[in-house]
Design a protein around this ligand. Structure first.
Ligand code: EPZ
Length: 413
């Protein structure tokens, strides 16, 4: 798939943010914990969600999907996900916790490296072992077995989002109480806890670095609406500032965007927060900034590529350090093709601003890198073709349509 963009254009108007991909994916896995009927509302039509739905269907659950409303029921029968499906998204590893809790056993293919790093799962497995599971790894496949999980203390060496979520889901039906220490603080972790509690679970202090999960005998019905996607919102905020236009981003929780807002203000953009919307515009020159990506509430790694595309046209040199993933600079090579001036030293990139990028044929290497190229293409002079643009569709619902509505000259070709 390819996307063509003609630039430069100033974006203006309003855009509606969809529900959060990174909340829905663990929530879909957690729906397997329920013995009742689970309804999830406002589910965006994006590939990662479709793959996760196919995976839980393949586990034996009934999944109905009508106009963004998912209805899920049944009990998992199969404990090994389909290889071709599961290797397409790392989030498939989140099926392990619920399967272990419901079936006493779970299997998963070890996620190979992906475009942004090796992304091991050692912290997930450490958590399962702490809850009493026996772990076996053979032939690239990991098996966790535990007739009955026991609550325990789990210390995470790194506040991993996925490990926090996987352990929380397994602990939800364990015997006794589990404490996850040095837990991830991301809003999507808090949303997963709220979802589990809406089914009768007892998860407390999610959003702090010690999460308490009191195991219960079973979980029941729920109808749940996940939080808005803070990374989709942040992407449109940065696109608005980069284009020099004025955009209102609707359906946001401004609290979740503090780091992105702070850095946009530092760079000279205007940002006005409403109760559930944010207005972004830019009048004068883009000022260079220093950014270091960190776990929440620090500057999100998922916004790093987009912000770098914006800083390519700053009046001066910016520095970005990527401290969460060891290889999340794949977009730099593509930005250089558009005339950006960026050098890297390990996990640090120095971005020397240029007056204007110029259109080129580039390649999306991962989801957020693809979004960064869209931002660069909207600000660049001339035509840009983005190849492998299906990466972008994994996490941004109708992004070509939404940007078109904001005035971008952008088309799927
Ligand atoms: C989640 O991935 C998100 N994905 C990612 O978003 C996001 O970039 C990441 O959190 C960080 O915020 C979903 O929620 C589906 P981690 P996850 O476990 O859970 C290391 C996007 O663009 N680590 O917090 O995989 C790991 O190698 C995606 O929407 C271990 O060492 O992230 C990485 O360096 C990309 N051992 C760091 O922690 C483990 O057992 C962060 O990983 C687990 C992780």
């Amino acid at each position: 798939m390819r996307i063509m963009v003609w630039g430069p254009t100033r974006l203006s108007g309003q855009v509606m943010v969809s529900a959060a991909k990174n909340a829905i994916l663990p929530i879909l896995a957690a729906s397997m914990l329920s013995s009742g009927t689970v309804v999830i509302k406002k589910v965006p039509a994006i590939r990662d969600v479709h793959i996760m739905m196919a995976l839980i269907q393949q586990m034996g659950l009934e999944v109905e999907h009508a106009e963004g409303i998912l209805t899920i029921k049944g009990t998992p029968q199969n404990i090994l996900p389909d290889y071709d499906l599961s290797r397409q998204i790392r989030a498939s590893f989140l099926l392990m916790g619920p399967l272990l809790a419901r079936c006493g056993q779970a299997k998963a293919f070890l996620p190979g490296g992906c475009a942004i790093g090796t992304r091991p799962v050692d912290l997930h497995l450490k958590g399962f072992e702490a809850l009493g599971a026996a772990i076996q790894i053979t032939g690239g496949c990991v098996t966790a077995t535990a007739p009955r999980l026991q609550g325990n203390y789990v210390y995470l060496d790194f506040p991993s989002v996925g490990a926090t979520e996987n352990i929380m889901m397994a602990a939800a039906l364990a015997q006794g109480t589990t404490y996850i220490e040095n837990a991830a603080l991301e809003p999507e972790v808090v949303d997963l806890a709220a979802f589990i509690n809406s089914m009768g679970g007892r998860v407390s202090s999610a959003g702090s670095n010690v999460i308490r999960i009191e195991g219960v005998a079973g979980l029941g019905d729920t109808a749940y609406s996940p939080i808005p996607d803070r990374i989709e919102a942040g992407t449109y905020m940065v696109a608005a500032a980069a284009s020099g236009g004025e955009v209102i981003i609707n359906n946001v929780i401004p609290e979740h965007l503090k780091a992105t807002t702070a850095k946009l203000l530092e760079s000279g953009a205007q940002v006005k927060e409403g109760p559930d919307f944010i207005k972004v515009s830019r009048g004068q020159e883009i000022k260079p900034v220093y950014i270091k990506t960190l776990p929440y509430p620090g500057f999100p790694t998922d916004m790093q590529a987009q912000f770098m595309a914006y800083l390519c046209s700053a009046g001066g040199s910016s520095i970005i350090t990527e401290s969460v993933f060891e290889n999340r600079f794949m977009h730099i090579g593509q930005l250089l093709r558009m005339g950006a001036q960026i050098t890297t030293e390990g996990r640090t990139a120095v971005i020397r601003g240029v007056p204007q990028l110029s259109g080129a044929t580039v390649k999306a290497t991962d989801l957020r890198a693809g979004a960064a190229l869209l931002i660069a293409a909207i600000t660049a002079h001339g035509q840009t073709i983005i190849e492998d643009s299906e990466h972008i569709d994994r996490g941004y619902e109708n992004i070509v349509y939404k940007l078109n509505r904001l005035g971008a000259n952008i088309y799927h070709i």
